[in-house]
Design a binder for this molecule. Structure first.
Ligand code: ADP
Ligand code: MG
Length: 704
């Protein structure tokens, strides 16, 4: 029989039906390679082969027995079909049941001898097998019974049994996979060779064999990620950007015009950014700092310096509210300078010229001013970088709360001479170090470590259910003093769940919804206050309007979903009350809390937990004790995994590498290996197989 090549599309394999193939395709599994690199996440130990007479309740066994009787019945009350069979192996007999798989009656006809594996359970003093896995033609090697059996991450309609059925014969008949990790690296890091590792991760004989195999595949992904990052970095380095030199003493002048002194890490970050801009290859920098650490002013100074040198700057925010806020901040600090500052929001725009005049203009007029280079700094949402927005001489792109920006996107914004703009992103999301090194490894990072002087720490409390009314009383007192409060709920509507729970589950947990809380607070608890609500189902105009009213102090209590998360600056808000706090990630809670404590008044954060389990209490408690966002981020990463962290758009990240992001050693080893490999062969000429694999990998991950 000829061997199966790795790149064979699954549809071309013998005996794999189109329905099965389309299910696999939905998981991103198209070729034999994809299938073999789809790894089990655990194993079931069915290696103990026993006689029926030896079976004990609670244990997992494999038996070999004859089907003596089999029948289907409808479960009493429930609308469910149950197949019941009696199995006999000479030592005794036992009943087996399967739910909702009536076809089994036709497969296991009386007289059939098969292997059955599963957990033995006890009901009415009788042992039985519930939903055992069966295997009919067990030759020399069994796939589903009598051994350690791989369990794959299950997706609708694709069972572990189905995957095993497909994977095992392929593994036995595959063309030997060519090892693409250089041998030297395998040796140095004590990693198994690919063919053995593939066998061991899918069909191990002992659980201990899976460890090395897992380590190898995690290393493999991390190694590829690092290679990808380093190569991206080098490629970007070769491109040209305008060299934007900061005139002597100019920074000092700007700083002396500010109403406050920069913190020392703000100064450090500013120096790093200005030094990058002063080079003729592109800056690719992330400015990281807690909420309220003062990132905007740093970005603003960089923008001003570029503008004064004749370059244009695009400053992008994730929402219109934030774009307005940034625009106002720029005017506040730099409104008297000569540089035209513009704001572009959907169809309308504003332009502020150095003479202090501000004009509201229609989009076409604004476009004209931009093309004529009379607007130097343009603030807006992502609409700023659309095709029809033409900068004359874009030198710097600043993006708030988005980590990366594709090289292709940047190249498209290049000036006529092929110079691509410098790039600076800002983020308040503390990113754990392992993630920073891998997923964001192509970025340079400037870190603002401290908050400006004089900020009072926010008093944070986990509130027990019986103290709810006390908390409301406290809020009442604050509002009467003129302060404002946020109330965050995990869902919008009482008729829905959240991203993890169904409606019924959410209801059972008494998960609070914005609409219910709004009703309750506005009618019963705070009838004399102005209460409003904010959530993602409102139009962006309504949201904008509500936020504006809140910022202007005309709303006392704002009940909201997590839409409030991004950088809103309302110094008069001093209370952040979070319902169902256990439904949110620590890093997210940290972000919520950062919405208060921005002004002169003492601020408070009250956490209400929906469930009282010890775990959620401990988790919330770390919000009280953590020294900074990074510490929380590391904890969050450990508890919830990187998926939560990076969100949907990073789903392209390989699963096994994700899981290994808690392993700093491995991440570092892989980086070292990537660096050494590229040093010894910068274009990977010496490693054609690796090069080929890397090309494939780069296409698979959509990290841009
Ligand atoms: P973030 O890093 O969350 O974007 P902002 O840039 O919005 O924070 O800054 C929060 C507030 O702190 C703003 O009102 C800003 O003007 C002020 N600020 C920034 N730097 C300092 C500083 N060094 N000293 C005092 N206040 C500062
Ligand atoms: Mg900000």
């Amino acid at each position: 029989m000829s061997k199966i090549p790795l790149e064979t599309p699954l549809g071309e394999l013998h005996g794999v039906g189109p329905r099965f193939v389309s299910k696999l395709n939905k998981l991103g599994i198209h070729t034999v390679r994809d299938l073999l690199w789809h790894f089990p996440n655990r194993y079931e130990d069915w290696s103990r082969i026993a006689k029926i007479s030896e079976l004990k309740s609670g244990d997992a066994f494999t038996i070999r027995a004859k089907v003596t009787e089999i029948g289907v019945k409808r479960a009493w009350k429930k609308r469910m079909l149950i197949v019941e069979a009696l199995l006999d192996d000479g030592s005794g007999s036992i009943q087996a049941t399967w739910f909702n798989q009536p076809y089994i009656k036709n497969v296991l006809k009386p007289g059939t001898i098969a292997n059955f594996a599963g957990k033995v359970a006890l009901r009415k003093n009788k042992l039985y097998l519930s939903n055992p896995t069966y295997e009919l033609n067990v030759g020399d090697s069994s796939k589903h019974t009598g051994r350690l059996v791989p369990i794959y991450p299950e997706t609708k309609g694709l069972t572990s049994k189905g995957l095993r059925f497909l994977t095992q014969p392929i593994l036995e008949n595959i063309e030997p996979v060519k090892e693409f990790i250089p041998e030297k690296i395998l040796k140095e890091h004590d990693l198994p060779e690919v063919n053995g590792a593939l066998h061991d991760i899918h069909f191990p004989d002992k659980l201990s064999e899976t460890q090395d195999a897992r380590k190898r595949f995690a290393f493999e992904d991390l190694f590829l990620l690092h290679l990808n990052n380093i190569i991206l970095r080098l490629a970007l380095f070769k491109k040209t950007s305008p060299k934007i030199e900061t005139p002597e003493n100019r920074t000092q002048e700007i700083l002396s015009g500010l109403p406050f002194e920069l913190t020392s890490s703000q100064k450090g970050a500013l120096d790093e950014i200005l030094a990058d801009m002063d080079k003729s290859h592109p800056m690719n920098r992330l400015l990281q700092g807690d909420v309220g650490s003062g990132k905007t002013i740093i970005a603003g100074i960089a923008a001003l310096i570029a503008a004064e040198k004749g370059f244009q700057v695009a400053l992008m925010a994730p929402t219109e509210i934030l774009a307005r806020q940034h625009y106002k901040t720029l005017l506040k600090f730099f409104g008297t300078t000569d540089s035209g500052i513009g704001l572009l929001i959907s169809k309308e725009g504003r332009i502020h010229y150095g003479d202090g005049l501000e004009e509201s203009v229609a989009k076409p007029a604004l476009m004209k001013e931009l093309a004529a280079n009379r607007i130097k700094i343009l603030v807006g949402t992502h609409a700023l970088i659309q095709k029809n927005v033409n900068f004359d001489n874009l030198g710097l792109i600043i993006v708030d709360e988005q980590h990366r920006f594709g090289v292709a996107q940047r190249a498209a914004l290049a000036d006529g001479k092929g110079k691509i703009p410098h790039f600076l992103s800002m983020s308040a999301t503390p990113i754990p170090r392992t993630l920073m090194m891998t997923v964001f490894g192509d970025l340079d990072v400037s870190l603002i470590k401290e908050l400006p002087k004089g900020r009072r720490p926010i008093i944070t409390k986990i509130v027990a259910p019986e103290n709810r009314n006390k908390a409301y009383g406290f809020i009442k007192g604050q509002v009467q003093k003129g302060r404002q409060a946020f109330v965050i709920c995990p869902r919008i509507d009482p008729s829905e769940g959240d991203n993890l729970l169904t409606r019924e589950e959410a209801k059972k947990l008494e998960m609070k919804s914005v609409k219910e809380e709004y009703e309750k607070l506005s009618k019963r608890i705070f009838p004399d206050f102005k209460v409003a609500m904010l959530h993602g189902k409102l139009s962006s105009k309504e949201k904008e309007e509500t936020m504006k009213e809140f910022a202007a102090g005309r709303i006392d209590v704002l009940v909201s979903t997590s839409v409030i998360e991004v950088g809103i600056d309302v110094p008069n808000a001093t209370i952040m009350m979070i319902e169902g706090a256990d439904r949110f990630g620590l890093a997210q809670l940290y972000q919520f809390r950062g919405r208060v404590g921005r002004g002169e008044h003492q601020s408070f954060c009250f956490l209400f937990a929906g469930s009282e389990s010890g775990i959620s209490y401990r988790r919330l408690n770390s919000l009280l004790t953590a020294k900074n966002g990074f510490e929380l981020a590391e904890k969050d990463l450990a508890i919830r995994g990187p998926g939560e962290f990076l969100g949907e758009e990073q789903a392209g990240m390989p699963d096994i590498a994700m899981k290994s992001l808690n392993n700093m050693e491995l991440v570092k080893d892989a980086r070292k290996a990537a660096e050494e490999t590229l040093k010894s062969s910068p274009s990977l000429k010496e490693y054609p197989l690796l090069k080929e694999r890397l090309n494939l990998f780069s296409k698979e991950i959509h990290l841009e």
